[in-house]
Design a protein around this ligand. Structure first.
Ligand code: ADP
Ligand code: MG
Length: 681
């Protein structure tokens, strides 16, 4: 099998240098790769319809006898039209082909064939348009349809594939070990390859697909784990006492069940005396991740270790610090804030306190991973809003201790199954419940004609003491001028509708420290209205804000819209999200409808995954996942199965480098090479 990857396509009959070039255009470079060039669709010729049941507009396979010879005629312009009439025991049907002068040689009067095609109707009645056909002996199968390119047709490809399949050895070495195949009822590789191209029944096709999808996701799964499989030390900080109950007493509210479960997961990890915790805590915006992190920090600190809590921006760090230092005020724990903007003397003082162990819990920004920051005994590293940190930064924070436990928090709702692959070796806790006092945000979709009314509504809310956001997408020079730039938009508001109201503007060109100041002032209610591009800080908690108005909503993806909406509805007030768009394209309509119909981030993430693929969660291909040939990231069932098999394989065979997994490892290398990444080692 491996050698087929070195066999050139030109070794196949009917594939010369020119055709091989066309195959390359489709990404197929060898006979081996051709086997993995799966059909994009199938024509099912196994379900045969009677002529009397064929409806106009439908596509059918009929079994019929040629009742006339094929007659060719020349149309004006030189096109050839071929016609024939066929019959079965229920009726007759006309067949029409264009520009194929060989039809009459391929079909014999009185012969019985399968015909496959679409029924159309004109003034002279119904006909089957340009049907494909095959003799009855050959026809009762499912025909593959391939992705094609100019000059290379499905029939060329399927003939090449047929030859390639014949080149497979009697016994194909299967990357998936036999015991695993047996246990999960996966058919063998050779059968799968045969049946994915030329299935005889739907059942065969389904089995082949299941096997190949599972294999591809399994390979991906193992690859991601291998990439991330850290060489972290054998055991993490040794925590004896679970102090989460004592922590809960400090809170002004009761934890939700989901928060309690996430905390329990973490506590189990850190008290197990096993490998260090490696946990992703995922919770929708406003689900209360901070309290979960704080509880675990508390337990760590009460057990004599230090905890570090890293946030992506100064304002978030400051906000967490204010919350946590107030909570822990009457305990013996020492909490500190370490950010870049502190005075040098202040930073020095805090770093000394970290080095000698006086500080138990430090909250900070990137300043935490500066060389100068040294910990006495770091036992837990927490990163908030994980997507803002690279793997390197996470590793740098971990490097500040001796195998500290790791907790990463994310508000990007990634469908669980996908998270399992992307985060590889991270365990996942999901906070899938919002605090009970929360009122779901009411979302509406309006056209630009309603803008005036919405401004009035925002003014009413502000008059009642609330605050509002207006988001207008960034304008690039020369872009359509119906997208107002934030500056101009705000200037307009200040001159007219909101003349007597304090309005602030933040956009891409606002300097970082200026942005921080404005955000802090907004959080302190010194502004009632914040006009911005999408730069509103992720995670900023302004419970008093009750309106989020989004201009040109069609410009945002679902996940982005959901993140923006998450800026409101964080307090006890009824909040509103108003999506403005005059765009009526089906795509936009579908997205905005989903937004109006649910507040559930995971549901939205699933929809987003279906509509746009996984790229949108992380920006263009930032997820670094390779392109898949047959599997689908939205296929939760298969993702779960592959995850289970990966666990099983690694338990059974220990390591991807073990001999039994040699072929599977080669597949991993191949998949990742296709994704433009280096092979693993
Ligand atoms: P996020 O998950 O988006 O980081 P936060 O941790 O910022 O959410 O919490 C959002 C708000 O909800 C905060 O004001 C917090 O005090 C409050 N909160 C968190 N947990 C609860 C709870 N169990 N009951 C009531 N309010 C809560
Ligand atoms: Mg948060």
């Amino acid at each position: 099998m491996a050698s087929l990857y070195k066999t050139p396509l030109t070794s196949l009959k009917g594939v010369g240098a020119k055709r091989a070039e066309l195959f390359e255009k489709l990404g197929v470079h060898s006979v081996g790769e051709l086997l993995y060039f799966y059909p994009r669709a199938y024509e099912d010729w196994t379900t045969v319809e009677k002529i009397e049941n064929c409806q106009e507009g439908g596509t059918y396979c009929i079994r019929a006898v040629l009742g006339t010879a094929v007659s060719d005629a020349m149309l004006p312009g030189g096109r050839i039209i071929s016609k024939a009439t066929v019959y079965d025991d229920t009726g007759t049907l006309k067949m029409v082909w264009f520009n194929n002068r060989y039809i009459s040689q391929m079909l014999a009067y009185g012969g019985e064939y399968f015909f496959f095609g679409k029924i159309t109707a004109d003034n002279f009645g119904a006909q089957m348009l340009a049907p494909t056909f095959a003799s009855v002996a050959k026809g009762a199968v499912i025909h593959p349809i391939y992705r094609t390119t100019a000059g290379l047709f499905t029939k060329n490809i399927s003939s090449a594939v047929e030859q390639a399949l014949a080149l497979l050895p009697e016994e194909v070495n299967d990357p998936i070990p036999a015991p695993i195949r047996k246990k999960y009822r996966l058919c063998g590789l050779k059968k799968a390859l045969n049946d994915i191209h030329f299935p005889k029944t739907r059942g065969e096709l389904e089995d082949a697909r299941r096997r190949l999808v599972t294999e591809e996701l399994l390979v991906l799964n193992l690859g991601m784990r291998h990439l991330k499989g850290s060489s972290r030390g054998v055991s993490g900080a040794k925590v004896e006492r679970d102090c989460s109950a004592a922590f809960e007493k400090l809170l002004p509210f009761r934890l939700t069940g989901a928060q309690q479960r996430a905390i329990a997961d973490c506590v189990r990890d850190i008290t197990s005396n096993g490998a260090p915790m490696n946990r992703l805590v995922q919770g929708d915006v406003g689900s209360g991740k901070t309290a979960v992190a704080a509880s675990v920090c508390y337990t760590i600190a009460k057990n004599g270790f230090q905890a570090a809590f890293m946030a992506p921006t100064e304002i978030l760090a400051k906000q967490h610090y204010d919350t946590l230092s107030a909570l822990l005020e009457n305990t013996e724990l020492h909490v500190a804030l370490l950010t870049g903007s502190l005075k040098e003397s202040e930073k020095k003082r805090i770093r000394e306190a970290l080095a000698d162990g006086t500080v138990d819990l430090v909250i900070g920004t990137h300043a935490l991973i500066a060389d100068k920051t040294v910990f006495h005994n770091l036992g837990l590293a927490v990163t908030d809003e994980q997507h803002r940190f690279g793997v390197a930064q996470r590793a740098a924070l971990l490097g500040k201790g001796h195998n500290p436990h790791l907790m990463v928090m994310s508000a990007t709702p990634i469908p669980r199954t996908l998270g399992l692959i992307i985060f590889g070796d991270l365990d996942i806790s999901v906070i899938d419940e919002l605090p009970p006092s929360r009122k779901p945000v009411k979302t509406a979709w309006r056209g630009t004609a309603d803008r005036g009314k919405i401004y009035q509504f925002i003014k009413q809310e502000i008059a009642q003491g609330r605050q509002a956001f207006i988001v207008c997408p960034l304008i690039e020079e020369g872009e359509l001028d119906n997208v107002a730039s934030a500056e101009e938009y705000a200037a307009n508001l200040m001159l007219h509708d909101f003349a007597d109201i304090p309005v602030a503007v933040v956009h891409g060109k606002t300097k970082a420290d200026e942005k921080e100041r404005i955000m802090a002032d907004f959080a302190a209610n010194r502004y009632s209205l914040l006009v911005s591009t999408t730069v509103i800080e992720v995670g900023v908690d302004v419970p008093n804000a009750s309106v989020m108005m989004i201009e040109n909503a069609e410009r945002f993806g679902l996940s982005q819209l959901h993140q923006l909406r998450g800026r409101v509805g964080r307090g006890q007030f009824q909040s509103y999200c108003i999506l403005i768009s005059d765009n009526r394209s089906p795509d936009t309509a579908e997205r905005l409808r989903v937004m109006c119909s649910t507040n559930d981030g995971f549901k939205i993430a699933d929809e987003d995954l279906k509509m746009r693929g996984p790229g949108d969660f992380f920006g263009e291909r930032q997820h670094g996942l390779p392109q898949l040939a047959i599997a689908d990231f939205a296929d939760a069932k298969s993702l779960e199965l592959s995850q289970k098999i990966a666990d099983d394989i690694l338990t059974t065979y220990r390591d991807l480098r073990s001999d039994e997994l040699r072929l599977l490892k080669a597949e991993v290398d191949r998949l990742f090479a296709r994704g433009g990444q280096n092979t693993l080692n």
